[in-house]
Design a protein around this ligand. Structure first.
Ligand code: UDX
Ligand code: UDX
Ligand code: ADP
Length: 477
């Protein structure tokens, strides 16, 4: 039914669709890749010199392939009509209304794309869900497409699940050299053929033994479980960071010692102010919701604990700042270093910075933010979603220079692990702050001893306070 794939269309030109299609176009010169989006302004940016997302290595590949075998377009009907294979790569945010509010992913965009495909398809199409979706979403997509098939014998659809595992900031590396590619499909002859065609696309650059094929539901569930396990490791180490602060153990030493066990492994054991990003919280909540729907409350509450620890870690860090600044931050200037949810991205979705700053703003602190990649409008908009706009206007300033942000401040709070924060002149920064000046390292990137020698009071996640420098003992929580 399905011929060799030579035209690929991706619906959704976001953090997933854009980089993924750029890589496919780069690695498969014989395949034409067209990325479409209903947001025409975004498509215009993809066609300009300044791409809508920042991702190391992305510009280079896009500028090379664009206009040759990589196209960005707003003409969704035409693109769908031409395609052999269609990726659905639209957003699936957590629902903020109705049933499953705050838990279930919102599938309205996925459904709307499915209906658009049903409307404009001619001939056989392989439809691939790339967005992270709840288990059995392929079933809903298939149902809508089968309805169209009933009225038109020329139409043939197969729905595959091919979840994306790229992480922001390293997307191009992850895409070029993935640990694995996962493809789920039906075990019917047409299903197997569709899977084989998508395998063939990836085989252009991924070794065959790293391409895993499974049934559709295993593939969908594996994506949720992979993200839940990664998030769980961070909540596990963050829970232990509190034990370290109370005992004198050091979280970096503990993580190193524990991670050396090959059964455990060393990655994703970095204590922090809490995980952020568009995936972890959303996918863990989606898993919790799934388990509740399946009447498995014990499993649901086990995974809910991952989210609870993450929120607690953010709150705990903010409380520590307040306690160490003599239990009041009212009208005190505090410099915030970093707003993105991790380094090397301008993305702020679910960033812990939003929540730590919310707690500090509720105490009427004056916050001066510096982030090398996040625009002021983004920072203000994110904060306005959790704090009254008039308070944001009154209490928050955004600087384009870290020295300016720290000028006259009582404390610096590091919330994103940008490399440049390790290279600043902290002597100069200290000289221009209020004294005693404090640094709260929520990312464990700064050298505590150097800072203390300069005269800073320091506090780092998972590290017991140094009594010699900590004037007020373990103030606290
Ligand atoms: C464990 C630790 O592995 C070891 O490092 C520590 O020093 C002592 O505790 P042990 O209890 O001897 O060692 O055996 P282990 O192989 O870890 O298995 C423990 C239990 O977990 C067994 O009942 C085993 O069947 C079970 N298990 C292990 C699973 O159910 N699934 C697994 O994937 C692994
Ligand atoms: C994640 C998954 O890694 C990726 O496979 C999936 O496709 C999408 O979700 P992403 O959210 O882009 O990717 O970034 P990731 O590097 O996983 O970091 C997520 C959050 O966890 C960040 O806030 C990061 O700072 C934090 N983190 C990560 C820690 O706090 N400690 C760690 O050890 C690792
Ligand atoms: P992700 O991180 O999953 O890639 P993004 O929000 O960055 O999420 O990107 C999703 C993109 O999908 C957005 O640019 C949005 O405009 C687009 N989109 C959502 N629904 C549709 C639709 N029905 N048709 C076309 N594009 C859509």
């Amino acid at each position: 039914v399905f011929g060799k794939v030579s035209k690929i269309v991706c619906v959704g030109a976001g953090y997933v669709g854009g980089p993924t299609c750029a890589m496919i176009a780069h690695k498969c010169p014989n395949v034409t890749v067209t990325v479409v989006d209903m947001n025409a302004a975004k498509i215009a940016e993809w066609n300009s010199d300044k791409l809508p997302i920042y991702e190391p290595g992305l510009d280079e590949i896009v500028f090379k392939a664009r206009g040759k075998n990589l196209f960005f377009s707003s003409d969704i009907p035409n693109a769908i009509a031409q395609a052999d294979l269609i990726f659905i790569s639209v957003n699936t945010p957590t629902k903020m209304y109705g049933r499953g509010k705050g838990m279930a992913p919102d599938l309205k965009y996925v459904e709307s794309v499915s209906r658009t495909i049903a409307q404009y398809a001619v001939g056989p199409k392989i439809v691939v869900e790339k967005s992270t979706v709840p288990v059995k979403a392929a079933e809903s997509i298939g149902c809508i497409l089968r309805e169209a098939q009933k009225n038109n014998a020329n139409l043939k659809f197969q729905v595959l699940s091919n979840p994306e595992f790229l992480a922001e900031g390293t997307a191009m590396k992850d895409l070029a050299n993935p640990d694995r590619v996962l493809i789920g499909g039906e075990s019917s002859p047409e299903g197997l053929q569709a899977v084989a065609e998508l395998v063939r696309v990836y085989e252009n650059w991924v070794p065959r033994d790293r391409i895993i094929t499974t049934n559709t539901w295993s593939s969908e569930l594996s994506k949720l479980v992979a993200n839940a396990f990664l998030a769980q490791r961070i909540s596990s180490i963050n829970s232990i960071s509190a034990v370290c602060e109370a005992t004198g153990a050091d979280i970096s030493e503990v993580a190193h010692a524990v991670g050396y066990d090959t059964r455990i492994g060393s990655k994703f054991l970095k204590a922090s102010v809490g995980f952020g990003g568009s995936c972890f919280q959303k996918d863990v909540l989606s898993l919790v919701y799934l388990c509740e729907s399946l009447n498995l409350p014990q499993v649901a509450s086990y995974w809910q604990g991952v989210i609870d620890i993450n929120n607690w870690q953010r709150r705990r860090f903010a409380d520590k700042i307040i306690a160490e600044l003599f239990n009041t931050v009212t009208d005190k200037k505090i410099a915030i270093f970093g707003f993105a949810f991790k380094k090397n991205t301008g993305d702020t979705r679910e960033s812990s910075a939003i929540y730590v700053m919310k707690h500090l703003l509720e105490e009427h602190a004056k916050l001066s933010v510096y982030d090398p990649k996040v625009q002021k409008s983004q920072i203000v908009g994110d904060l306005e979603s959790v704090v009254k706009a008039q308070d944001v206007a009154r209490l928050v300033t955004v600087e384009t220079d870290p020295y300016q942000a720290a000028l006259g401040a009582h404390a610096i709070v590091v919330l994103t692990e940008w490399d440049e924060f390790t290279e600043l002149n902290y002597q100069q920064i200290h000289d221009n702050m209020q004294h005693p000046a404090a640094i709260f390292d929520g990312r464990l990137i700064l050298d505590q001893k150097t800072l203390r020698d300069i005269g800073f009071r320091t506090f780092a996640i998972g590290t017991a306070p140094d009594q010699a420098y900590n004037l007020f003992g373990t103030a606290g929580y």
